[in-house]
Ligand binder design. Structure first.
Ligand code: ZN
Length: 505
């Protein structure tokens, strides 16, 4: 079931200023190397998760629920029953967050909007109720972690996207600053939920045949921030279009057709890599808009040929693309099956899965870190607002894995099966086959770094991969399954025998 967040735009008497809170990132990784990479400050509306009434102790809280009213809430009554949540408690928590000590009975909350989160997964959606709290005075003694910001400077931070500069978060933009609907009404009115952040970047998670825990692939659409603005660059060598979409990998024909027909005719279709959950919808895109041009690396293009019969443009990294006032740059990121990641003046879109070479993986990760991205938009799941922290987490995970593989080799493991059975002992055997490609990449990388012990033969290791590994893995996998079925069979057999014996008595 979806949970509900309350976000409050506290505004001053001028109506132009509102309060933002410095958001807390995850604690940094302890290793010194990672301390060098920290994300810039992120400022957003104060917010809390609302507590459903049934789980609250009736004696707690000094403000009874009925004391807090949201003006305009009746307009959304059919979609959201606010009486099921303790608004008083939430308001208390928000006032405490910003350090406002005012008489709550005088406060007037006004509905801004109710935003249902699209199906990003994993886990249930988090919907948000945005309300305004207009104050007739400007409180100067806010907590250190809070400040007043004008709408103008918030917009400037959002569109300037300077590396390492302060950032304004999605709650401020989606709930308070953004007034228009970026997608035309036809799609906006359908049940297709999407998210726009940063301005002009629309992420629509669409049902696809992807791997669990996800069930959707993010279709990312880039539209001009200002539809009436001129092109960001008039250079004729630059690719120009009125809109760009990435990875139409969904299986929902009607929804995708609806979305494509609502976008401008002059459309670029970028594909990060050839996996079916990223290209399944290509034929629908072409059917609805035969003028659209496909953009991909030549290796990706050669693998998706059957899905696309329209115009194609090969890209290999460095190309600039102009979508109205948005300038994009293609970044070559051969981490994963000739995949790519996009950078739009500091914001990057990532698809993170293992593959390629481990050296490429590390190099690409550092390349992204150098961009100081403000946000990462993966092709599956929610966006990440702490890009550098996340990328450091990836580096650490890979280095830890590398260390445990080297440790296993130093202790005598020589074959793929031997290494995997030690390093992935706590992981479901079902996943060992997928893990084997990662182990191969790690061993190659250890070899490249001259870290392998002399007595380890890389040739012998390679000959233990592929079919020999698969046979041993299948044997181990079915042996463990067989044991499970045997135990289950014996248990059922005993139960039946006991029941039969009792019946006989
Ligand atoms: Zn995928």
């Amino acid at each position: 079931m979806a949970s509900l967040r309350l976000a409050i735009a506290i505004t001053g008497p001028s109506g132009d200023e509102f309060v933002v809170v410095r958001q807390s990132p995850l604690p940094p990784l302890s290793e010194e190397e990672y301390l060098l990479f920290s994300d810039s400050d992120l400022w957003d509306l104060p917010s809390v998760l609302l507590t459903p009434i049934s789980t609250i102790d009736d004696n707690s809280g000094d403000l009874s629920r009925s004391d807090v009213e949201v003006r305009g809430a009746e307009t959304i009554r059919e979609t959201l029953d606010l009486s099921r949540f303790d608004l008083g408690l939430a308001l208390d928590q928000v006032l405490k967050q910003v350090g406002l000590s005012i008489d709550k009975s005088d406060l007037k909350l006004v509905l801004l909007k109710f935003v249902e989160e699209a199906e990003f997964g994993p886990g249930p959606p988090v919907n948000t109720l945005f309300v305004a709290l207009p104050l007739d005075f400007k409180e100067e003694s806010l907590k250190d972690s809070c400040k007043w910001i004008t709408k103008e400077s918030a917009f400037e931070l959002l569109s300037g996207v300077k590396p390492c500069a302060d950032r304004v978060g999605p709650l401020s933009y989606i709930g308070y600053l953004s007034k228009s609907t970026p997608l035309p009404n036809k799609v906006a009115n359908s049940r297709l939920l999407y998210q726009e952040y940063p301005p002009g970047v629309i992420v629509v998670p669409m049902k696809s045949g992807t791997l669990k825990p996800f069930s959707t692939t993010n279709l990312v659409a880039i539209l001009p921030k200002d539809p009436f603005s001129g092109p960001c660059n008039s250079d004729s060598s630059i690719l120009h279009a009125d809109a760009l979409i990435m990875d139409p990998g969904c299986k929902l024909k009607a929804e995708l057709a609806d979305l494509i027909s609502s976008l401008p005719r002059k459309l670029l279709v970028f594909v990060t890599h050839h996996h079916h959950d990223h290209v399944d919808g290509l034929s629908i895109v072409h059917k609805i808009n035969a003028d659209a041009t496909l953009l991909a690396h030549e290796n990706t293009m050669s693998r998706i040929h059957g899905n696309w019969s329209g115009a194609c443009t090969k890209v290999s990294g460095g190309e600039k693309i102009c979508i109205g006032d948005q300038q994009l740059k293609v970044i070559f990121a051969p981490t994963h099956f000739y995949g790519y990641y996009f950078g739009s003046e500091g914001s990057a879109l990532l698809d993170v899965t293992a593959g390629g070479s481990m050296k490429d993986y590390f190099d690409t990760t550092y390349k992204f870190m150098d961009l100081s991205p403000h946000v990462l938009i993966p092709m599956h799941g929610r966006m990440n607002l702490w890009p550098k922290r996340m990328l450091c987490g990836y580096l650490k995970h890979r280095r830890d894995r590398e260390a445990s593989i080297l440790n296993s080799i130093e202790n005598g493991a020589r074959s793929m099966f031997h290494i995997i059975s030690e390093v992935y002992a706590n992981v479901d055997k079902k996943l060992w086959l997928l893990a084997s490609s990662n182990v191969k990449l790690h061993v190659d990388y250890l070899n490249y770094q001259n870290k392998l012990p002399k007595e380890f033969s890389i040739e012998k290791f390679k000959s233990s991969c592929g079919v020999p590994f698969i046979l041993r893995w299948l044997f181990a996998y079915f042996k463990s399954k067989l044991n499970k079925y045997l135990v289950a069979g014996i248990t059922i057999g005993c139960t039946v025998a006991v029941a039969y014996a009792m019946k006989k008595r």
